[in-house]
Design a protein around this ligand. Structure first.
Ligand SMILES: Cc1cc2nc3c(=O)[nH]c(=O)nc-3n(C[C@H](O)[C@H](O)[C@H](O)COP(=O)(O)O)c2cc1C
Length: 72
């Protein structure tokens, strides 16, 4: 089943272009392999991301992202 997941998170430190670029490069590589699409926005000191794909794959990726210590 195709699902869409939206979350907002707060970076642990300031958002830098380097950090966002690294996340986008990683996302581009990993998400393509899993047929997951999405969008990552930053603003007001927050990240907002939408992920769309097969339910189990999106859940797995979301667990991985939530374990990332760069945000809370
Ligand atoms: C706000 C935020 C969004 C992220 N989005 C993705 C994503 O869409 N896809 C992804 O693979 N990693 C994403 N990451 C990075 C993951 O938390 C993790 O570091 C990465 O998936 C590890 O990849 P690897 O197992 O190939 O080393 C994101 C990290 C943050 C902080």
């Amino acid at each position: 089943m195709l699902v869409r997941l939206l979350y907002v998170s707060q970076p642990v430190g300031p958002i830098t272009t380097t950090m966002t670029t690294l996340i986008l490069e990683k996302s581009d590589a990993n998400n393509k392999t899993e047929n997951i699409t999405g969008v990552l926005c930053q603003g007001s000191g927050l990240w907002m991301q939408v992920l769309e794909g097969e339910r189990s794959k999106v859940n797995l990726l979301y667990s991985k992202i939530m374990a990332d210590r760069n945000h809370q």
